[in-house]
Design a binder for this molecule. Structure first.
Ligand code: HEM
Length: 223
């Protein structure tokens, strides 16, 4: 067991945990985007999918707990890594540009990470809490909550907040994927092209489609 603690406290161990938890969280984003793209397809299909998930509560709860654990590990480890980078960054020493760049990118990651966390807390306290109440009262008008209500895209300020958070999520994923592939030693491998395509899918296509949903409902559907 000692080797395990030694590993997770080492610099490479922290980077490895960041990369692994980040990748697993990104997989959730694919599923989440898939569900939410149904908003653009058909109101009734979206309502029956969410209503159906209400009937799978034990499974959904297990997934939510796993997600919460992944988020916690990613955040705590991210804070530890940022502190470590700060300690090793040069104090007023402009010559050591390598470490300086690392410090700037870790600061950018910290700022985008904090914004994503704020978005997530807001998102769960509004949409997720409302959906739980609706499951309990057998109200299945889920589409209206997201598309039209004042806790969803019926509120222009919430739409703008979502778009800003999603742009920062995109930046966070772009740098995150670059670092993760470096950590796993894949950035210079012969699979470089496919690796780059996977990265573009996660940092551009996924946030881009989430933003499309926000723009469509916030600026077109409600006008
Ligand atoms: C246009 C953007 C988004 C929309 C329309 C959206 C919509 C929703 C909806 C409708 C739910 C409730 C699902 C349910 O309880 O069955 C939900 C839950 C959740 N969302 Fe989002 N979401 C968006 C973006 C995001 C992003 C970018 C993240 C992560 C950074 C995220 C993380 C979560 C989490 C963790 C939950 C709770 C777990 C779950 O119930 O699936 N969402 N979202």
């Amino acid at each position: 067991m000692a080797w395990f603690f030694k590993f997770i406290n080492s610099s490479i161990g922290k980077k490895f945990i960041m990369a692994l938890t980040g990748l697993l969280l990104s997989l959730f984003l694919i599923i989440h985007l898939g569900n939410n793209l149904l908003l653009l397809v058909d109101e009734d299909i979206f309502n029956s999918l969410v209503g159906g998930l209400g009937g799978l509560k034990p499974l959904v709860r297990v997934i939510e707990v796993l997600l919460a654990i992944l988020f916690m590990i990613h955040i705590i480890n991210g804070i530890r890594l940022t502190i470590q980078n700060k300690k090793s960054s040069p104090q007023g020493n402009k010559v050591n540009s390598g470490t300086e760049t690392a410090s700037i990118s870790s600061q950018t990651m910290a700022i985008s990470g904090i914004t994503i966390l704020a978005f997530l807390i807001f998102h769960l306290r509004t949409i997720w809490v409302k959906f739980q109440e609706m499951h309990a009262s057998q109200d299945h008008e889920f589409f209206n909550v997201v598309a039209e209500s004042n806790i969803g895209f019926g509120n222009i300020w919430i739409t703008i907040f979502y778009i800003i958070a999603l742009i920062l999520l995109s930046m966070h994923l772009k740098h995150g994927f670059q670092s993760a592939f470096q950590t796993f030693g894949l950035s210079d491998s012969r699979y470089k092209t496919i690796i780059n395509c996977i990265a573009v899918f996660f940092w551009f296509v996924i946030p881009g489609l989430f933003i499309t949903i926000a723009i469509y409902f916030g600026f077109f559907f409600n006008n």
